[in-house]
Every structure is written in C-alpha cells, then in structure tokens.
Ligand binder design. Structure first.
Ligand SMILES: [Zn+2]
Ligand SMILES: [Zn+2]
Length: 329
C-alpha cells in the first residue's frame, strides 16, 4: 500500500510504501477509491488534537471497496462499496455507550487520528463502524458525506425544529447540510468571512435566502445558528443573532478561544452547545436521507500524492466545497 503519513505534527505528510494491512477479527480491509479532506485533518496535522497517535495516516471521509474480511465479519461482502467516518470504534460498554451516546465513548478510536485513516490506497477498519454506501453516486462525490455530511447532520439535529437557521462558515459541512435543511422546508441564512463574496454567492446558489458577512447583524432573529468555522468570536456574534430560547450549535472539533461577552447576550434561555463526534445511528440516518434529498457535493479532486497541497488549499480558504484525495491503483 501507499500512504501519506504524518510523522511529526506541524510538518508535511510524507509518501510511504508499506505492506498491505491485514484485517483482524471484526475488521475489513478496504481498497480506497476516494478520501475527503476535512478541517479536522488540519487540526491533526497542526497538533491541535492531543489524542493524535503518531505516526498516523490522516483521513476520515473514506470511500472504497471491501477487499478483505476479518474473522467474524458477515454483514459486508467482498467488493461492496463502503464508507468509513471519524468514529472508528466505540467500546460498547462504558456508561456513554450503554446510554446510546457512543459519540461520547470513554475509550473511542478516531479514524485518521488514533487509528490509521484514508490518505492511502488501503486501510483496515472496524467492520461495525463501516457503512454500506450502495451504488448511487460517484465515489469522490460521496466522500464528503462521511464527515462533513454526518457532523453537519448531527449539528442540524441539535439545532432543534426551528425554521430560520443561520450557518456560520460556508464550507464543506455547510454546503451539504444547507441542502438538507432546505429539503426540510427551513430558511438558510449564511454568514461568511467578511469580504468573501465567493462563499456568499456559493451559499445563495445552494438556496440560502440571505448571505452576508459574519460581523453583520442577522436580517431577522434566527431560531438557531450552526457554527462550522473554527473561530471562537463567532459564538457571541451568533448568540446576538438568535431569538429568545434560540440555540447556537458549534459543529467543529476545535475552535479558537471564545471572547468574553455580556451575560445578557446569553440570557433569555439562549443556549450554546457543542457537537462531539457522531453515532452510528447518525450515520445510518444521514446516509439513507442524502439520496432522498438528492444531496450534491462540490468537490475538488486531488491525486493522493498531492495531499499537502489539498491541506494548504483548505487552510487558506482557496476551496469552495470539499477537497477529495484520489489514489492511483
Ligand atoms: Zn464506550
Ligand atoms: Zn471531519
């Protein structure tokens, strides 16, 4: 197998040829056909996630075909198209797993962070955290659904039933979940970096009824605001945009510090919430819903060997939509 490997945080990934991994009991070998690049990969590379185990192959939006079955795996077939996301394993026995909150598991494994991920030609995954993807849609187009889509879905669920939804940071997760929210009959208000008219146009093209800079007040009081950009100053800005009882849901895994703000911006039962990881239930719900919605993803494919360029383009905001790495086989 060939992989792009992070040996030390803060350094570029290095291409490496390794023996093909062998699936253990309950695992599958996957021949990867596409792997999305997520902002969390940047946090891994930059050393912002202390749980990261080095050296590591990043990547947790994996699409591929089952190429080998470990002992005891019967629900997946050789050649079947499958996906793997961020939650690579949960223990099944801790108090959180027992309470159907496996996203909060005490001893989880995270794909591309604590176990090797998808910036490679092959990977081994826990079969019970590997999702059949069916045959509808292209591999590169499906890859962003595995994290941007799933985390976006969990974030939208936590926003509640409100109709007016603000979205701060219009990147990969936002461009997917805006389509779902529109399908549900909700109104989307998009907030981007001031001056980023390209992202504002992109948001309007996906059905946002308003798009403007994040430092401007919302045109109407919002029922909920979803924050996908890793900028802590957006939290008080979003709080000011939501109505009484409104929710601000932070969808990212890492964010710069939240500046202090007057208590009255939180008062009247406004809520600040965070989303951590996802459950398999989220994944099955969303992967069934996406084809019904007809979710389309805007992707920029890169050869696997150009992983560092893809990460840089994501970091500098040169991308609209999502970067996807494609290995050569
Ligand atoms: Zn657990
Ligand atoms: Zn991700």
């Amino acid at each position: 197998m060939f992989a792009m490997v992070l040996n030390h945080t803060g350094t570029p990934l290095v291409g490496e040829t390794r023996p093909d991994p062998v699936p253990g009991p309950g695992e599958v070998l996957i021949q990867i056909t596409a792997c999305g690049v997520c902002r969390t990969d940047l946090h891994v590379v930059d050393g912002e996630l202390p749980e990261t185990r080095l050296p590591i192959i990043p990547g947790h939006e994996i699409v591929g075909r089952v190429a080998g079955l470990g002992a005891g795996v019967s629900h997946l077939k050789l050649g079947e198209r499958v996906g793997v996301g961020w939650l690579g394993h949960a223990c099944g026995t801790c108090p959180y797993c027992a309470a159907h909150e496996e996203n909060l598991c005490d001893t989880p494994e995270f794909t591309g962070c604590t176990r090797n991920g998808g910036f490679a030609t092959h990977t081994v995954a826990d079969a019970s955290f590997t999702y059949p993807l069916g045959e509808i849609g292209e591999d590169v187009a499906l890859a962003p659904l595995l994290c941007a889509g799933l985390i976006g879905w969990r974030t939208l669920k936590m926003a509640g039933e409100g109709r007016r939804i603000g979205i701060y940071g219009f990147g990969a997760a936002a461009h997917i979940i805006a389509q779902v929210a529109r399908h549900q009959g909700r109104e989307i208000y998009a907030f981007t970096r001031p001056g980023d008219t390209k992202a504002q146009d992109f948001a309007r093209s996906l059905g946002a009824i308003y798009a403007g800079p994040s430092d401007a007040p919302a045109p109407v009081p919002l029922d909920a605001a979803l924050i996908f950009a890793p900028a802590g100053e957006l939290v008080p800005q979003a709080l000011r945009a939501v109505r009484k009882g409104g929710r601000v849901v932070c969808g990212g895994i890492h964010m710069s510090d939240i500046p202090s703000f007057p208590y009255r911006w939180l008062w009247e039962e406004r809520k600040i919430m965070s989303v951590a990881n996802l459950t398999r239930e989220d994944a099955h719900e969303f992967l069934a819903l996406a084809p019904q919605v007809g979710v389309t993803t805007h992707v920029t494919p890169y050869p696997l060997t150009k992983a560092n360029e893809a990460l840089d383009d994501l970091r500098t905001g040169r991308l609209t939509g999502a970067a996807v790495l494609v290995p050569e086989h």
